[in-house]
Design a protein around this ligand. Structure first.
Ligand code: NAD
Length: 334
């Protein structure tokens, strides 16, 4: 039933099992790298929970999956604290919803937002933090629950696209995505199948499972790659926009995805979405949407974050491929 038609007690009895289900799926996905349901199933249940909590704010709790980033950090890897939290990201599923998001941003009473955005591909991997001191890589870590992540420094050092040393003696953190290219994923799963080992559900989970290893030798065999896209302390690089930050990271020797584009109109945004929806299958890495970021970095900081997501960026998610398969199957059987 639509949430508007529910009584408080009906909402309450729907929320409890819904949260339990999402927590279980989150555990399988974030902690065990082994999801048992497709992402769109998770997203739909999550969306329903958001609607229920919006309609009945008195039922919101701090431990709800809508208020938390990722999962618990219970692996045997050493823990690290993220002084600047690593957050999740809000998402929309249509261009109309994206325009509404932008409109709300324009209506922000405290911050004047220039509608200039940097569009990027949403890489389907897991977040990675890289800390450099005097130009030397000293720490690599996962997002974990946003505040506490896992130390994967030794593993990260086996990834070819991660510079061990920068051409400048910078002390600074970079963030981005660690992913497994499609070909490496197909090869890995074929090998695992031949050896009678369980296969990974998708490249994202394969990347997460490969990076979160206790033995770096295992990671070294997994052909992981990276695209870096974020510098929390951008002032240290002397840049003022996201597009400049990407360029600067490229110059420093990081792998930076070449497909970002600065835009300011709905037409340009639609064009970008159309282009990459069409090209998606031809890319050598998985993407599950596009990310729109306010290009001016001081404005980003002024907009800030909620407990879970930044207010200056949003993901437009592609329609699920899995669902398309289901639709095709139905058409076949009819
Ligand atoms: P998310 O992964 O959808 O989005 C946030 C992340 O996007 C960031 O942390 C970052 O790592 C990544 N990203 C990729 N490219 C980026 C770019 N260019 N700029 C900035 N960030 C970029 O959010 P989330 O909260 O980590 O997880 C939610 C997702 O996980 C949903 O897609 C959901 O379906 C899936 N999930 C699935 C299950 C399941 O059981 N199938 C369970 C839990 C979560």
């Amino acid at each position: 039933a639509p949430v508007k038609e529910l009584s408080l007690s009906q909402a309450k009895s729907e929320i409890k099992p819904l949260r339990e289900k999402l927590i279980k799926w989150g555990k399988e996905y974030y902690e065990q790298d082994n999801p048992t349901v497709e992402d769109y199933v998770y997203d739909r249940a999550y969306q329903r929970l958001v609607e229920l909590e919006d309609q009945f704010p008195e039922l919101k709790t701090a431990d709800s999956p809508t208020q938390r980033v990722g999962g618990a950090v219970e692996s045997q890897l050493t823990k690290v604290r993220h002084e600047i939290p690593m957050l999740s990201m809000g998402d929309v599923f249509s261009i109309e919803e994206l325009m509404e998001f932008n409109q709300r941003q324009q209506e922000n009473r405290d911050v004047k937002v220039k509608p200039e955005y940097n569009l990027e591909l949403k890489i389907d991997g897991l977040s990675l933090s890289l800390v450099y001191e005097n130009g030397k890589l000293v720490q690599g870590s996962t997002r974990g629950n946003g505040t506490i992540g896992e130390d994967v420094t030794a593993n990260v050092k086996t990834i070819k696209s991660v510079p061990a040393e920068l051409p400048e003696p910078l002390s600074i953190e970079f963030r981005g995505e660690c992913y497994m290219p499609k070909e490496a994923f197909a090869k890995l799963n074929a090998k695992r199948e031949a050896e009678g080992q369980p296969v990974f559900a998708n490249p994202r989970n394969a990347a997460a499972g490969s990076l979160r290893q206790l033995d770096p030798k295992v990671t070294a065999q997994r052909e992981l790659d990276t695209f870096m896209y974020y510098v929390p302390e951008y002032q240290k690089l002397g840049v003022t926009t996201q597009a400049e930050a990407l360029e600067r990271m490229r110059q420093l020797g990081f792998n930076v995805n070449p497909n970002n584009r600065v835009v300011s109109s709905r037409e340009e945004i639609e064009q970008y979405i159309d282009e990459f929806t069409a090209q998606r299958d031809r890319l050598t890495y998985g993407i599950d949407g596009i990310v729109e970021k306010v290009n001016d970095l001081d404005t980003e900081v002024a907009l800030g974050n909620t407990v879970k997501v930044p207010r200056w960026e949003i993901a437009y998610k592609f329609p699920p491929e899995e669902q398309a398969t289901v639709v095709r199957d139905i058409e076949w059987t009819v």
